[in-house]
Design a protein around this ligand. Sequence first.
Ligand code: NAI
Length: 801
Amino acid sequence: MSIAEKFVSMEYGPAPEDPKEALAWLDRHQRKFKLFIGGEWQQPAAGDYFDTLDPSTGEKLASVAQGSAADVDAAVKAARAAAPKWQAFTPHIRARYLYALARLVQKHSRLLAVLETLDNGKPIRESRDIDIPLVARHFYYHAGWAQLLEQEFPGHEPCGVVGQIIPWNFPLLMLAWKIAPALAAGNTVVLKPAEFTPLTALAFAELCQEAGLPAGVVNIVTGDGSTGEALVKHPDVDKIAFTGSTEVGRAIRGATAASHKRLSLELGGKSPFIIFEDADLDSAVEGLVDGIWFNQGQVCCAGSRLLMQESIAEPLIAKIRNRMSTLRVGPPLDKAIDIGAIVARVQLDRIHRMVEQGVAEGATCWQPEMTLPQRGFYYPPTLLCNVQPTSIVAQQEIFGPVLAAMTFRTPHEAVELANNTVYGLASCVWSESVNVALHVAAQIKAGVVWVNCANLFDAACGFGGYRESGYGREGGREGMLEYMEPTWFKHAPKLASDPLPAQAAGPGSESQKKDTTEISAPAIDRTVKLYIGGKQARPDSGYSMPVHSADGRMLGEAPLGNRKDIRNAVEAAHKAAGWAKATAHNRAQVLYYCAENLSQRREETIRHLAEVMGEKQAAAEVEHGIERIFSYAAWADKFDGAVHNPPFRNIAIAMNEAIGTVGVICPNAVPLLGFLSLVMPLLAVGNTVIAVPSEKYPLITADLYQLFDTSDLPGGAVNIVTGYSSQLLKTLAEHDDVDALWCAGDDTLCAAAKAMSTGNLKQVWTNEGRVIDWFDPKQSEGRWYLEHATQVKNIWVPYGE
Ligand code: NAI
């Protein structure tokens, strides 16, 4: 046999990694781990422990403490007690601790990699070459932000005590993604690892001790979902950061709604992997190996939906099958293994169940011939073809090595299919045409787009989802902002509850009926309509609400908008999606024109507003209002993204994208300036808006629609629905085509905004029931609002031959 023939037929020999050191580490702890609280190892209050298993064999590795609510409380107290000292350090001192942690991760990298593989079942090749180096990189990168904190984030302060809950698929990497930015920003932490994979977090606790991190800055409380729940509900936690399933993310969103905890969620995905006919097919197949068979497919951003251009489907499928036949499934400590063990029996059962259901729904299933190990939890690489876009395997996260393949004909159809999901975490686009690839990348609703590459990560590039994949970013500058608050906002006083008489009354109620009769009298001079799709519209309800002057006179009536009106407004806003595509320069021009027109109507607007708000406030609102519009006209072509240089031959283009259609509940006390302060930043970056104006003076709508009508704003970019804020809020919150909600109101209204929008996990910004001085530009305008009006999309583009 020639060498060339041998090369092709040669079998792999075993290349096992020696787990001796890791097993000795487990033995040194008598294979039993307590909780890491206040810098010490503490017995769980209830004395309960659970087993963590090696998924490659199903055998027990160690027992680990089951943290109870009492343990969580002790950990939160320790974190709270540690906060003043940690925050009193200079940024440089905190940077030194993060740097020390990075060094220690590198120093113990092999132990950490082997432990990770033992506990999780992932191939040692991945834990050694991807997970652990990225962990170290994350701590180095954030040591840098800690150092630069005062220069780069002036006027901000840490959230305080942060509760962090992580999943089992990248145990130490998710810990690093959470702990590094939290510490860099000056927070203290209570972290709960996943119950299947607690060991590397416990090893990390030892590194914290070795680095001399002050007691209580990092606390690790192991346990199951009930431990996570106790952390979420703890009243003295200022922020929750969660990575895991969408279902649990939704529960956490509900549980935190009535509190002022900040929340970031990194949830599930069903990411499209799009291959165009002009792609380099061999490279695309290698990309697919990383896309769906990396970490056994247990990756939130796995490219689990293959979308192939129809013309190349057949040869592509043949290539994929060939490549699948060479993938090696087996003991993950073997360095020549591609696919290791599934994390747990329950996850394996779930994969089996979902594939069976997909086949029952018409998919054809192909798996390469291979013998799986007798013991442990293994699943072969799997290709499902003829998958209907509505099938469970095309819509739900399988979290296993299973690829669902579909075809498309045109780029337009590819985008439609790609976005046909409730998720929006990541995506891949393969095409040799840079025009096609970037055109498609811009249209995909996902936080990350990898062009001609797959599953690349770097601490400098923010990662996170659109839609039900969650919100908030990890990594990059935007990731740091998740762990800080503007100082003025954190300390702003509470808004006094100001229930307006009209608020309590629904359509048809006694007081309402009375007012309706009254306003039919001829003395009323101003009657406004709703403003939908650039036109004045009568309300569906046929009811109106009375508007009184400061001295109690009836000034006019405003329509009582209802569910149907909001639905019409959402439809109009969607039709105006071209506003997002307009150039930033065009948007700026329209906003400048609005400012000019408000300036021309200055006297008239002041006169109207003065009847309710008094002359002084009315004049101030109009003056500041003109300036506010001017300011966002200025921002429209300046709120740029960034270009990152990750340590690969790639650039990552971080774009600030509009969120989509945003519902806005405007503040009551400052009808014109409050409206402009919230609506203008949203418009400046290309969102379309459905605004509910102040209940106190909804007649402002008439001034506004005259302003918009004369300023070339496309119909539907702003829609105004007057009525009772609390009722319209509910409809906006529950509407699945409203992508985000902004609500300025008292505590009750803000809590309702968060609680009611858990359904499609829409992004919610509220004033947390706090006072915002709308006349003070430091509080009421600028980057903070623009950051909430956008979401960052990172488009990775490789370079080189
Ligand atoms: P999970 O979402 O239940 O677990 C993630 C973390 O949340 C764990 O630490 C868990 O203990 C904790 N947790 C569970 N219930 C909680 C609650 N009510 N309050 C607070 N914390 C809670 O995910 P699980 O059960 O491990 O996996 C189920 C499915 O979720 C997987 O099959 C996969 O589809 C998906 N998943 C997605 C992940 C992602 O990164 N997108 C990660 C892990 C799972």
